[in-house]
Write a protein that binds this ligand. Structure first.
Ligand SMILES: Cc1cc2nc3c(=O)[nH]c(=O)nc-3n(C[C@H](O)[C@H](O)[C@H](O)COP(=O)(O)O)c2cc1C
Length: 201
């Protein structure tokens, strides 16, 4: 950490877990060490390496880290809705939150968190059409950023997150995992949306 801090001209942040396993939960010591070596912020996922994704993220360890260091602390683990972010900020006193799985197919969560914190209101859920349009926007941005081939391979994983829970999404998934071009993705998703809205009438 010290060497990176000396070598770059941008703020260095460090992300780590609660610890290696239950017997070695060293996030507090690790955070203190990172701060002493020049890290400007730390992000803490409240699970051990051994836990993987099992169990619940321990938000108490995030609170302990926040109390132990003077640098910014970003809490991470199990934020799947705006309310969770609000609760984590309250529970831990952390300065910011990091969202991973809860943002997959759901980038709306960031605006929802901001709205809840600023106005106390949760805001409405996006419609199926809004979710699919957002998926296509992500796909176009990915094409711009990394080319159609790589972008579509990634969208095979991302697109099903957007359509999860929609009527007929299990069947749709079979088509989504095979898409090769943006045109195919758009065709499959818009046809799905059209069929679903006709079924509703
Ligand atoms: C698709 C995906 C990719 C991830 N990539 C990284 C990574 O490159 N580096 C990292 O430290 N954590 C990575 N993580 C872990 C997350 O940053 C986070 O610590 C973990 O998922 C717990 O947060 P969550 O409950 O919001 O998912 C990744 C998680 C997901 C779902």
């Amino acid at each position: 950490i010290r060497r990176v801090v000396a070598a770059v001209h941008v703020p260095v942040t460090v992300k780590f877990r609660k610890g290696f396993d239950d017997g070695h939960s060293n996030a507090v010591e690790f955070a203190k060490m990172a701060a002493a070596e020049g890290a400007r912020a730390v992000a803490v996922h409240g699970r051990t390496r051994q836990q993987g994704y099992s169990g619940k993220a321990d938000w108490d360890i995030i609170r302990s880290v926040k109390r132990a260091v003077g640098i910014k602390v970003i809490g991470n683990g199990d934020i799947f809705a705006a309310r969770d972010a609000f609760d984590m900020l309250e529970h831990t006193g952390c300065d910011g939150v990091m969202v991973a799985r809860g943002a997959q197919g759901n980038p709306f969560i960031f605006a929802q968190i901001e709205k809840l914190i600023k106005s106390g209101e949760a805001g409405r859920k996006p419609t199926d059409e809004e979710r699919i349009k957002m998926c296509l926007l992500q796909a176009r941005l990915a094409v711009e950023y990394k080319g159609e081939h790589a972008a579509m391979r990634e969208m095979r994983t991302h697109a099903p997150h957007y359509t999860k829970g929609m009527r007929g999404s299990a069947r749709l998934r079979a088509a989504l995992v095979k898409i090769r071009t943006y045109g195919e993705l758009e065709g499959v998703l818009l046809e799905f949306l059209r069929a679903n809205s006709e079924n509703k009438c």
